[in-house]
Structure formats: structure tokens, C-alpha cells
Design a protein around this ligand. Structure first.
Ligand SMILES: [Zn+2]
Ligand SMILES: [Zn+2]
Length: 314
């Protein structure tokens, strides 16, 4: 593992010209699915990556459907502006029951894929059938499980079910924020949280090409929005002095863990000039060996990838 102690490059561009928010693109989940398939081969968790690729495909199908969601009114947006709060904060807005219909539609897509080249195992199929059943018969249980996931109540989370519930929540929140004009989002929301929905980033990416060249964006683990975070800054505690960059010796130079000796946390960072097609969720998941090394070096993951839940005791 490399340990680079220099602070590296600092952005020298005029920051006022930097695009500060990128809302999810129309094919965000299919890009993720394709990337998962591309990097799954010979990965230590190949089968799991292929399952999540199927899940992302199902998310894309449901994301592309026409759902009617209640938009925020001007008063709510003005309040968010006044208080510097993310307008679609998962902890303050009331979830529409539509998200459960979206989740049901995702599960239906997955369960219908009987002829898929990578069929579901019996264990996964039974898990999904049970989840679909609970959505219909115990919606209050599903709402509680969604709250536990959004609140990171790790002691109560069912790790086998969590990625699927998160998949439904992701589609719902991505639809809520898609097409949102960035000037409606307060400029001074809390550091390290998505300015749209208030959730933590899954990873961050240093962009390539055009006006975003070498600019770093964090990707929201819930709504897939990307927001600008200055490079060489801990995405967890905002420290700028005690950062180090780690990569696997045999791994890509475009995939690193950014660790912080101030808070002892790390998050992955992807450099598109070295790993052009890196995708915030897929590459984070596929670089699990780097998480193992970071754990051995006594750093903590800042938060879970929504598609893989490692609970406190694991
Ligand atoms: Zn978000
Ligand atoms: Zn830190």
C-alpha cells in the first residue's frame, strides 16, 4: 500500500465558476449496472457485483417510468434556503408511499428475470419474495426498516434486505431531485452531507475534461446528486492537514482511499484521468480489498455503500 503524505494538488481555479451541483442523469442506474458488469469479472465478489448489476438495471427501469411525486412548494424551498438546510432532507420531509410502489416494481423486475444469464439463487429469491410480501402486508414494518437505514441504526438493520430497500429509496429520492435547479439549493448546507437530501456521500470522484477537469465531486449515497468538495479535504470531518492516500499495489492508480488521521475515517476517491469509467457506487463496491487494507490500518469506513451493509459487529 502506498502512503502519500504530501498535500497534493489544490484547486487553483476561481471557485465561483465551479459547477457546485450535478443532479442525477436520466441513465444514472444503467451506467452503474454496466460498470458493475464490466468490473465484476474475476473480482473476489463477482457474483455479488452481478446481482447488484441486475438490481441497478431494475432500478433504471423503474426510474424511467412516469411517477407523480409531490414537489416542494416555494415556501418549503424558501425555508430550506433561510436555514441552509437540504430541501429534500430525508429526516425532515415526509416520504410519499410511492417509494414502496417503486420498491415493489424493482422486486417484480428482479423476480421476473427467470431467463437471465445470471439467475437469482434460491436464497436471494426467497429474500425478495418475503420482502415483497412484507411491503403488501406489513407496510409499517418496511417504513420502520427504511427509517433505520436512513438513520444508520446499524444494530437493527437486516443486511440481506437492506440493499433492496435502499434501492427503492434511491429511486424515489433520485426522482425527487432530478432536474432540480441548483440555485434552489442553499449554498451553505452542512459540510459533508448532500445539499439536496442531507445524506452522506458514497465516495468522491475527480472529474476529467471540460470545465470540471480535476474538480472533485462527492456522490450522494441516496439521491445520486454530486456536489463539489475541494480536494485534499476530509469528506467526513473537513480536516485538510492529516490526509493520506492509499491504493492497492496491484490495483488501479485511479482508485484510492482518502484517509484522515484527524477523525480516523476514510472514503474512496476515484480519478477519472486514470480510471476513466469509474462509477461512484460500482467502483466503491468492487474495491472491497482496499477496505480490508484500510481496516487493517485502523481506519473506519465513513459510511456503508448502500448496496452492501457491514454491520457494527462484523
Ligand atoms: Zn442526496
Ligand atoms: Zn476527517
Amino acid at each position: 500500500m502506498q502512503r502519500i503524505l504530501t498535500r497534493g494538488e489544490i484547486e487553483t481555479l476561481d471557485r465561483t465558476s465551479i459547477v457546485r451541483l450535478i443532479t442525477p442523469v436520466a441513465d444514472t442506474f444503467s451506467i452503474r449496472a454496466q460498470r458493475l458488469r464490466d468490473i465484476a469479472i474475476d473480482n473476489p465478489i463477482e457474483d455479488y457485483l452481478l446481482l447488484i448489476a441486475q438490481l441497478a438495471d431494475a432500478q433504471q427501469q423503474v426510474f424511467a417510468q412516469d411517477w407523480t411525486l409531490a414537489a416542494l412548494d416555494e415556501t418549503q424551498l424558501a425555508q430550506a434556503q433561510a436555514h441552509g438546510m437540504p430541501p429534500f432532507s430525508a429526516s425532515s420531509i415526509k416520504r410519499d408511499a410511492t417509494w414502496r410502489a417503486m420498491l415493489s416494481a424493482i422486486l417484480e423486475q428482479l423476480l421476473q428475470q427467470t431467463t437471465h444469464s445470471n439467475p437469482l439463487t434460491d436464497a436471494v429469491r426467497n429474500n425478495l419474495v418475503q420482502l415483497a410480501d412484507d411491503i403488501n402486508n406489513q407496510p409499517e414494518l418496511i417504513e420502520q426498516q427504511a427509517d433505520d437505514l436512513l438513520n444508520q441504526a446499524l444494530e437493527r438493520i437486516d443486511a440481506a434486505r437492506a440493499p433492496f430497500i435502499m434501492a427503492g429509496l434511491q429511486v424515489y429520492w433520485s426522482q425527487l431531485v432530478a432536474g432540480l435547479e441548483s440555485q434552489k439549493i442553499p449554498a451553505n448546507t452542512p459540510f459533508g452531507l448532500c445539499p439536496c437530501c442531507g445524506n452522506q456521500p458514497v465516495s468522491s470522484t475527480v472529474m476529467l475534461g471540460g470545465p470540471k477537469e480535476q474538480i472533485r465531486y462527492a456522490t450522494c449515497s441516496l439521491c445520486s446528486s454530486q456536489w463539489h468538495i475541494v480536494r485534499v479535504t476530509c469528506t467526513h470531518c473537513e480536516d485538510t492537514k492529516k490526509l493520506a492516500y492509499h491504493s492497492l499495489e496491484e490495483g488501479s492508480a485511479g482508485i484510492k482511499a482518502e484517509s484522515c488521521d484527524h477523525c480516523q475515517h476514510y472514503r474512496k476517491i476515484f480519478y477519472l484521468d486514470k480510471e476513466q469509467f469509474a462509477e461512484a457506487f460500482a467502483d466503491d463496491l468492487a474495491s472491497l480489498p482496499l477496505d480490508i487494507l484500510m481496516g487493517e490500518a485502523n481506519f473506519y469506513r465513513a459510511n456503508n455503500n448502500p448496496y452492501l451493509w457491514q454491520l457494527a459487529e462484523q
